[in-house]
Design a protein around this ligand. Sequence first.
Ligand code: ADP
Ligand code: MG
Length: 314
Amino acid sequence: MSLTEFSIIEKYFHQANKSRRDVVLGVGDDGAVVKVPNGYELVIAMDTLNSGVHFPTNTKPYDIGYKSVAVNLSDLAAMGAEPAWITLSLSMPQAEEKWIKDFSAGVFALLEKYDAQLIGGDTTQGSLSVTVQAHGFVPEGKALQRSGAKPGDAVYVTGSLGGAGLALSQQNVPSPILQKLTHPQPRINVGILLRYIASAAIDISDGLAADLNHILEKSGVGAVVNVEDLPMPAEFKKLDEDQALHLALTAGDDYELCFTVPQSNLDALEKIKEKLDCPVTRIGVVTSLNQLQFQYGDGSEYVIAKKGYQHFSS
Ligand code: ADP
Ligand code: MG
């Protein structure tokens, strides 16, 4: 059955039962009207998922909806922000009701988990493409940035690395690995607790090597990472070491956080560890050498072939 633009919006993108107190006006007018609490700043992030580029063309609509929100909440997490609202632009070749219903269920899954609200968007006909803009709050001056790392700071990552990359490159992976690709967990709780502890943070969308490099470049520093300390999914024990490390360092899509912590805050990090909803693992140290080096535990160098995904790279 085919639906019109307005009935799609009314039926699948209007959360009739949801109204945050800071939403003065949500879906249904020419624009949304919202309030930012006193003492907070608004963090805004936007990411687009294009069919065939960011997800395989046969991806389930629920998973596309889920991921379009997850990748944006992951950016908020990396800023230390608490999610509040999203807007959603959906372009699709045709209005197929079952597809839209499943897609919208995927969108609302994470919104409900974080009590965030869909407050507006756009619905158009065209190639399948989803753009979400996420809005979140952070106390004034407390947004985590890529630029604050200093020599001597410890380098950490959340969760495990490489699982999403394995699921992308191999059919029939075990369910926990597939989940890393299809249903990444934005590390919101970690980002919020790191506001007063981390010196820099980024979310890992393009692989640890590429994304840690962004912190290093913005901070004007380097780092040494011990590849034997990289947290990888348990299933990676079955892979040969080189394949495992290559995935952990260069495969994107894990949406874990990478962050740096000054030595003076390491005790504070230990104290909040039990409040975190995922493990955090120390993987290296920031240096003044302006380059990212990978080593084995014995100090010998590990050379990586490729640094991570880039659009438009030849
Ligand atoms: P306009 O023509 O004024 O841009 P639209 O017809 O595009 O209005 O949208 C009508 C209302 O529905 C607006 O409030 C808009 O934000 C909302 N909207 C449209 N598409 C979506 C969507 N996919 N998700 C959420 N809200 C949407
Ligand atoms: Mg419009």
